[in-house]
Design a protein around this ligand. Structure first.
Ligand SMILES: *Cc1c(COP(=O)(O)O)cnc(C)c1O
Ligand code: SF4
Length: 470
């Protein structure tokens, strides 16, 4: 470093009056992009949306108003954004709705976080509002319940797949519906193309789940997942939390909710819900049991001053929040965007826990990306902030092997897009395969996937290489 780039701060005068020696190896000032994660959207940003022009802060920060004005149909979208997006965009949305496996439900908060000057490429629009023009054919190896959760459910809505942890699905509604939902077999109402399995709210079904958990001493860790804990009335949340805390073998619980990402104001305006969560966390703490909130932010634009305020309420109450993102093409499959997301999450006291490879679910092939992309992004992100705020990038390939570190594949055929994983302590001796989206492959590889006869051979060849490497 040349002398000229050194900055000389004011000399520090300690209380004894002696001048400290000037620091010698001073770093140059941080570049502006090292500070970008702290620059959250401020003010009444929603007023740029025609339908919210006259909405004051008190109204916008009310979760009931947010629910009541959530956009569920193309007409509601049109009435909300009016001339902000071109007519051909709305037509594209109409056609997209007819072909989507998920319901649509977008909070005014999310609508206001979308940059309507570029609706086709906006990362938030991409997650929640389907466009017919963007749909691409599915990979031939996709299925609707790609994780086969229904096969590992001893009681409906309770998935006990791994030894010490289970997934409890108390409800099938969410504060928003994500196009890429891994539980698109069950979540939300039936759409024109999918009839949903029954995991609706039901106290008797819950009781069966609790009895099963109590009967399995190895079960220590319960994920209360989606559906979404945000949609549980405060009373139900407390009932579930207390019932699980009362089971001696349960040591850890996580309530999973997309809510903080799509409707952070509820943490402030629904005092009964936040207090119910707080009471379960505090009761757990008094019993030596760990209760946390897991959430799901995917893009830095989802984090505004409202998020920071809401997360601070939880922080003050000692409620830890962890984040699980999904790696989504056109949303966060860019290394700079992912780094910004990770740093911004840390900034608002949310610990980035996982970034998942997009599950191989049908109907959203435009959203998947390759294992190679995940490996590259992970490499870029690691080292940019504290290690405990650095997420693990994982692939939950079909077959029940669980979440595997993305770059721990035993073999990766990059040409045909086949990553082969093993899970020695989960299912020893078994191989699990993840397929890159067809669009990302060369024309030759695409032609091979177009021929059903070639599939088994390509997969067997990759597994054989994995076997040889093992
Ligand atoms: C993801 C998952 C869990 C929790 O896994 P962690 O790696 O501990 O976060 C538990 N059960 C099932 C079925 C899961 O898919
Ligand atoms: S919030 Fe979670 S469970 Fe609900 S639709 Fe989105 S991904 Fe699926």
């Amino acid at each position: 470093m040349s002398e000229a780039t050194l900055i000389s701060p004011e000399p520090i005068t300690p209380s004894n009056g002696a001048l400290l020696e000037e620091p010698r190896h001073l770093k140059p000032p941080a570049s502006p992009d090292a500070l970008e994660h702290m620059q959250l959207v401020q003010g009444e940003f929603w007023r740029s949306i025609p339908a919210y022009q006259d909405i004051d802060e008190a109204t916008f920060l009310n979760h009931l108003w947010q629910y009541q004005h959530s956009v569920k149909t193309p007409d509601e979208l049109l009435n909300t954004i009016q001339a902000l997006a071109p007519a051909h965009f709305i037509d594209d949305v109409r056609a997209g709705f007819h072909r989507a496996p998920m319901n649509v439900r977008v909070s005014p908060y999310m609508i206001a976080c979308i940059d309507w000057s570029r609706p086709y490429t906006d990362p938030i629009r991409t997650q929640f509002i389907p466009l017919a023009s963007r749909l691409v054919p599915d990979h031939p190896k996709l299925s609707l319940d790609s994780l086969h959760e229904q096969e590992d459910a001893p009681v409906p809505g309770l998935v006990h797949r791994y030894v010490d942890k289970a997934l409890f699905l108390p409800t099938n509604v969410c504060p928003v519906y994500c196009r890429y939902c891994t539980r698109s077999y069950a979540i939300g109402g039936d759409t024109e193309v999918v009839e949903k399995a029954e995991v609706a709210t039901d106290a008797k079904r819950w009781q069966h789940a609790f009895e099963y958990i109590a009967s399995r001493p190895e079960l220590q860790d319960i994920v209360i997942s989606g559906g979404d804990a945000y949609q549980l009335p405060a009373k139900s949340l407390k009932k579930i939390g207390d019932a699980l805390l009362d089971i001696p073998n349960v040591r850890r619980m996580r309530f999973a909710s997309k809510g903080p990402a799509v409707m952070p104001m509820k943490i402030m305006s629904d005092a009964a819900w936040t207090d119910a969560l707080t009471s379960v966390v505090e009761r757990g703490r008094s019993m030596g049991k760990d209760v946390m909130l897991h959430t799901h932010f995917n893009h830095p634009n989802e984090i505004t001053w409202i998020t920071a305020k809401a997360m601070n309420v939880l922080f003050e109450r000692g409620i830890m929040v962890r984040n699980q993102s999904v790696l989504i093409r056109g949303v966060n499959d860019d290394k700079h965007v992912m780094r910004l997301l990770v740093k911004r999450l840390g900034y608002v006291h949310v610990h980035p826990y996982y970034v998942y490879m997009h599950d191989m679910v049908k109907g959203v092939e435009d959203l998947r990306t390759t294992v190679q992309a995940a490996v590259d992004i992970e490499k870029f992100v690691r080292g940019s902030t504290a290690g405990f705020n650095t997420p693990t990038f994982v692939c939950d390939a079909p077959g029940g092997g669980g979440k595997r570190d993305v770059h721990s594949y035993d073999y990766y055929d990059r040409v045909n897009g086949i990553a082969v994983y093993s899970a020695p302590s989960v299912k020893p001796g078994q191989w699990f395969t993840y397929f890159d989206p067809i669009e990302a492959l060369s024309p030759e590889a695409q032609a091979r996937w177009a021929d059903p006869q070639a599939h088994a051979e390509m997969i067997a060849a990759a597994v054989e290489k994995a076997n040889a490497a093992a």
